[in-house]
Design a protein around this ligand. Structure first.
Ligand code: HEM
Length: 417
């Protein structure tokens, strides 16, 4: 499906919320977390987890976004003067991993300093292997997969991923039992501990929500998966577009200059709220290159879609990439034009013509988090560097893996401002 009116019929339904069968291949890793679960379990967990994404809580993560962005720009310094260009993708991914690890689990993995950590490598490898399996029907059987080299490698990755999250959960549980420890006591380095999603889940669970240790691990693994790959891709695509459209980049820089007035301080949530133009840039970039290019649903009830009646048990594929580029709603659909997101433009448009975060009851729970993170990271990069892309949009080969990626990375040249 690629038409706003058609996808509306699915997104508006409170019944047709089950995921298509391909999501089953994420289950060995993510279990039945928010992304993959359905029915009562999904309903009760979504209700329990929604308050942990409240704006007040996201505000507390601003410091993490800003600190990790500062490390990113320091790391990027070494590419200044490299006129042959370099691939920005690995830098951004490690930064996004640092951010999600600290906000989801309250743990620092310092991926930007140590990209060879077993946990970081396992995340990379598990994503690749999952997609490889989805695309090869002969690997769908659990028994056959377990006998293959990939299946064995996957099992090793899962051991690394699950033992890491379980260890962190146990440590945080112990801390929570020592009451108030999380909030009040500084850690060994003297830094005040911040609450992470995991702490909030543990607290909510104590207060009657009751999640088992396994359920908590499933949700934390889901955040780790959904919360870093998607934002990395979106950040890279936005830098790519800014590197192709210098005038738009200069407008972004002007807005930053107005907000920071020459100071090199870290951005606060107030500053981020003022980055209105940058927000339009990110939204437009997600329109052209949605991190999740398609999603799947399994219909539990028949549904009328335009002139077609789709029976129950049909598996539908919603092509977010194509919905977002419909010339009916975006007259020059392939052109990068942040003004598409001026308030007056948004107001008059079909509500399902732009759906990078999906829509309806199974929409992305992390969308506000993603926008805050992305604005903070991009602000740091654009305040420090002028960015030039070596490839044009027409030269890039898109790969629809679990997220939408450029086949050969994003080649940039940086100049210090
Ligand atoms: C640019 C960044 C992001 C994009 C484009 C994005 C997109 C999406 C999309 C399209 C879905 C629906 C998936 C489906 O129906 O199969 C989704 C669901 C979800 N996202 Fe995101 N996402 C982003 C960032 C994040 C972040 C940062 C987090 C967590 C910190 C997150 C957590 C989730 C979760 C838990 C779900 C499942 C929600 C449910 O079914 O109740 N996402 N996201």
């Amino acid at each position: 499906m690629s038409d706003a009116e058609h996808v509306e019929a699915i997104f508006r339904s409170s019944v047709n919320i089950d995921k298509a069968f391909t999501y089953k291949f994420l289950e060995p890793w993510l279990g039945k977390g928010l992304l993959t679960s359905s029915g009562k379990k999904w309903h009760s967990h979504r209700k329990l987890i929604t308050p942990t994404f409240h704006f007040k809580i996201l505000e507390a993560f601003q410091e993490v976004f800003a600190e990790k962005s500062s490390i990113l720009v320091q790391k990027l310094e070494k590419e200044v003067g490299n006129t042959e260009g370099f691939d920005v993708y690995p830098y951004i991914t490690l930064c996004a991993l640092d951010i999600i690890c600290e906000t989801a689990m309250g743990t620092e993995i310092n991926a930007q300093e140590d990209s060879h950590s077993p946990y970081v490598s396992a995340i990379y490898r598990a994503s690749e292997l999952t997609l490889g399996r989805m695309l090869r029907p002969w690997l769908h059987s659990d028994f056959i997969y377990s006998l293959t080299r990939d299946g064995k490698k996957y099992k090793q990755c899962l051991n690394t991923l699950h033992s890491f999250t379980s260890k962190v959960i146990n440590e945080r549980k112990l801390s929570l039992m020592k009451k108030h420890y999380i909030e009040e006591e500084p850690d060994v380095l003297g830094k005040k501990r911040r609450k992470a999603f995991l702490d909030l889940l543990l607290e909510a669970s104590e207060e009657g929500g009751r999640l088992t240790d396994e359920e908590i691990r499933e949700e934390v693994d889901t955040f780790m998966f959904e919360g870093h790959d998607t934002t990395s891709a979106s950040l890279c695509w936005t830098l790519f577009l800014l590197g192709n459209y210098p005038q738009i980049q200069e407008r972004v820089f002007e807005e930053q200059s107005e907000i920071f007035n020459g100071s090199d301080r870290l951005p606060t949530t107030q500053d981020v709220a003022e980055m209105k133009y940058l927000e339009r840039v990110i939204k437009e970039s997600l329109r052209l290159y949605p991190s999740v290019p398609f999603i799947g649903r399994a219909l539990t009830e028949e549904v009328q879609v335009g002139e077609y009646l789709l029976p129950a048990d049909t598996h539908v594929n919603i092509q977010i990439y194509h919905v977002n580029r419909d010339p009916k709603y975006f007259p020059n659909p392939d052109e990068f034009n942040p003004d598409n997101f001026l308030p007056e433009k948004v107001q008059g448009r079909h509500p399902y013509a732009y759906v990078p975060f999906s829509a309806g009851s199974r929409n992305c729970i992390g969308q506000k988090f993603a926008l805050l993170e992305e604005k903070t990271v991009l602000s740091a990069v654009i305040r420090r560097f002028r960015v030039r892309a070596l490839d044009r949009p027409a030269d890039i080969t898109l790969v629809a893996e679990l997220v939408l990626r450029p086949l050969n990375g994003i080649r940039l040249v940086l100049e210090r401002r």
